[in-house]
Design a protein around this ligand. Structure first.
Ligand SMILES: Nc1nc2c(c(=O)[nH]1)N[C@H]1C(S)=C(S)[C@@H](COP(=O)(O)O)O[C@H]1N2
Ligand SMILES: [Mo]
Length: 388
């Protein structure tokens, strides 16, 4: 079927750089299915689509789970979060400033940055609010990011010993009311010096073989594998080393997880910053070829050892993990065949299990229910489907 062939090609070719001529040769050199698609399958739509997006300016695009048919999320289907709008940056006049507590402040052009050693990392970016509110369920995507490691650049700038914090400022900014003052503040996030100089943290200019799209941070963004989306600052403008903790809106006011805990017989709120990703999975879609149904989904956030799937209140059944793509920070695609399901409506739930045997929490686990803000919502996801 032409359709299935198209899908197969999409799966095999990662990036816009592939030429039409390259398609055919790649197609024969790689395994036929780098994703559990089947020839002639059709997608059975979920009957519980999310409600309309309440803030389309902030979240102009989300992943359409029912269209998930490749390990890599194509750039034009990759979700976008932009709190202060999408700035337009002239690559010709662009300069990345590296300053603060460094011996030699830097001001780098794009060409100077792109001439540095190139590294790639496959990393599934998820907004920490994903599945935390009803209309935000597709704030996730998996891409192959390319750029240059940050650590050597900071070393060249000469990190001073009194620096403890690295702040990443975007070119986008907004008006913020803080108690009785109104200020203009850039989007910014920080990492400790130790976290920021981890080997896999990149200054990235390329996404899936193409120039970083404007919505996703052109010309330069931070890519911090293993950290929630918010840490991955787009439209990078300035990197500053400080000797104080940074407490901007997206660090310490917004994007704060508030959990009520039992402390000495009292329920008291504990506030923590959104940081590293948590173990999670979700069903993506159900396909069918005649009466042979298949549930396909993804699992990410921590090293995934296993994914179980449950239909209605049935037993947890281990899904098959797709082994075609293995990447430390990339999601794992899983599938479970479901032959001749009974007609009617069914609930499909998945749970990821990590290498230490820890299980993705249920939605009524105190870890989730004690939460008073919607960030870091890694509870099990249930989708509903109707079988004719
Ligand atoms: N400069 C800047 N960087 C940003 C944001 C932003 O609004 N401005 N949003 C963050 C959030 S909350 C998320 S979830 C990710 C989303 O990345 P994407 O738009 O490439 O999918 O970008 C992060 N980086
Ligand atoms: Mo986010």
């Amino acid at each position: 079927m032409a359709n299935a062939d198209m899908r197969r090609r999409e799966v095999l070719v990662h990036g816009a750089a592939a030429t039409a001529a390259g398609l055919a040769s790649l197609g024969s050199a790689l395994p036929a299915w780098a994703f559990p698609n089947r020839q002639g399958e059709e997608v059975v739509p979920w009957v519980d689509p999310p409600p309309p997006v309440a803030a389309p300016q902030v979240v102009p695009r989300q992943l359409d789970w029912e269209r998930l048919d490749s390990w890599i999320t194509p750039n034009d289907r990759f979700f976008v979060v932009a709190h202060y709008g999408i700035p337009e940056i002239d690559p010709a006049t662009f300069r990345l400033r590296v300053d603060g507590l460094v011996e030699r402040p830097l001001s780098l052009t794009l060409d100077q940055i792109r001439a540095r050693p190139r590294r790639e990392v496959a990393f599934t970016v998820e907004c920490s609010g994903n599945h935390g509110i009803p209309w935000l369920t597709g704030a996730i995507g998996n891409a192959r990011w390319a750029g240059t490691p940050l650590a050597p650049l900071l070393r060249e700038a000469g990190l001073r010993r009194d620096g403890i914090e690295v702040v990443f400022y975007g070119a986008d900014s907004g008006e913020e009311q803080i108690r009785d003052v109104k200020v203009r503040a850039p989007f910014a996030r920080s990492m400790s010096v130790a976290d920021a100089t981890a080997a896999n943290v990149l200054l990235c200019w390329e996404m899936n073989g193409a120039a970083l799209p404007r919505e996703n941070g052109f010309p330069l963004r931070l890519v911090a594998p293993g950290w929630y989306g918010v840490t991955n600052v787009k439209w990078l403008d300035r990197i500053e080393v400080r000797d104080t903790r940074f407490a901007g809106r997206f660090m310490a006011r917004d994007y704060v997880t508030v959990r009520e805990e039992e402390i000495g017989g009292r329920r008291l709120a504990v506030e923590t910053l959104v940081g590293r990703t948590l173990l999670k999975s979700a069903p993506a879609r159900v396909t069918r070829v005649g009466g042979r149904y298949r549930v396909v989904g993804a699992a990410w956030g921590r090293p995934v050892a296993r994914v179980d799937v449950r239909i209605d209140d049935g037993p947890w059944v281990p899904a098959t993990l797709d082994r075609a793509e293995e990447a430390e920070f990339g999601w794992k695609i899983w599938s479970l065949d479901w032959d001749n399901p009974a007609p009617g409506e069914h609930a499909v739930t998945s749970r990821a299990v990590d290498a230490a045997g820890r299980i993705q929490p249920t939605m009524d686990d105190p870890w989730i229910t004690s939460k008073r803000t919607y960030w870091e919502s890694n509870g099990q996801v249930t989708r509903r489907i109707r079988i004719a």
